[in-house]
Design a protein around this ligand. Structure first.
Ligand SMILES: CC(C)(COP(=O)(O)OP(=O)(O)OC[C@H]1O[C@@H](n2cnc3c(N)ncnc32)[C@H](O)[C@@H]1OP(=O)(O)O)[C@@H](O)C(=O)NCCC(=O)NCCS
Length: 195
């Protein structure tokens, strides 16, 4: 049973809410559309993503719907990262690519640029990792980043991930073929850091 990731996902009574010192990770709502648009329309935030920045508010409406639907089907947990006091959404943090057989998932994250450099991503991502290892009994969480993304690289190393290899020219971002660096964190790596 401890390995049954699909059952653990299906048993979630609702979108999990994770509280940290400054942040709360919570499910998206219809009134988050403007915040989601502000995040994903910023070219600085989207610089290393495989999609272009959003151009129309409608795309953010679609994104919020997708997030809710993905939770309904338990294919993805796409939290919004909200300021704990104001509840305003300032980022996103996602667990996806669930693989029940291998107890594995992938993580992705983004934060509004005016909040960078204050340790908020470290807080948000740590909450999602600890929840994934405990509640979903994941064995391994991976992240796949553009190696030029210094902030993302540093964040992962800080959280205990190891760089496991460089996959050459794996993604087209516009017309550029970009490299991809794979990072992995095992449940025991995380426990070791706690202990
Ligand atoms: C990656 C991102 C979430 C980091 O957010 P953040 O809140 O600024 O990160 P933190 O403040 O928690 O910093 C984490 C570590 O990265 C370091 N860091 C932050 N910005 C950095 C930068 N521009 N260059 C190098 N290191 C940086 C911090 O010093 C910290 O390391 P330390 O704890 O050893 O000092 C943010 O830059 C972002 O949203 N980028 C755009 C979206 C994106 O690229 N997401 C990743 C795609 S998978």
């Amino acid at each position: 049973m401890s390995g049954d990731l699909n059952a653990r996902l299906a048993d979630l009574p609702g979108f999990p809410v994770l509280s940290g010192q400054r942040l709360r990770l919570r499910g998206p709502r219809a009134d988050d559309v403007d915040a989601v648009f502000a995040l994903f329309s910023d070219p600085d935030v989207m610089r290393y993503w495989s999609h272009a920045p959003m151009r129309e508010r409608m795309q953010a409406e679609g994104k919020v719907e997708e997030m809710l639907e993905a939770f309904e089907h338990r294919t993805m947990l796409n939290w919004l990262v909200a300021d704990r006091r104001s509840d305003t959404a300032i980022g996103s943090c996602t667990l996806f690519h669930f693989d029940a057989r291998h107890r594995r998932a992938e993580i992705g994250y983004a934060l509004r640029a005016d909040h960078w450099g204050c340790g908020l991503a470290a807080e948000a991502v740590a909450l999602a990792l600890d929840w994934g290892f405990r509640t979903l009994a994941l064995h391994r969480i991976e992240a796949d980043i553009d190696p030029r993304n210094a902030a993302s690289r540093r964040l992962l190393l800080r959280l205990g991930f190891r760089s496991e290899g460089l996959l050459r020219e794996r993604f087209f971002v516009g017309d550029d073929a970009t490299d991809s660096e794979l990072f992995g964190l095992l449940a025991q790596d995380r426990r070791r850091r706690d202990g």
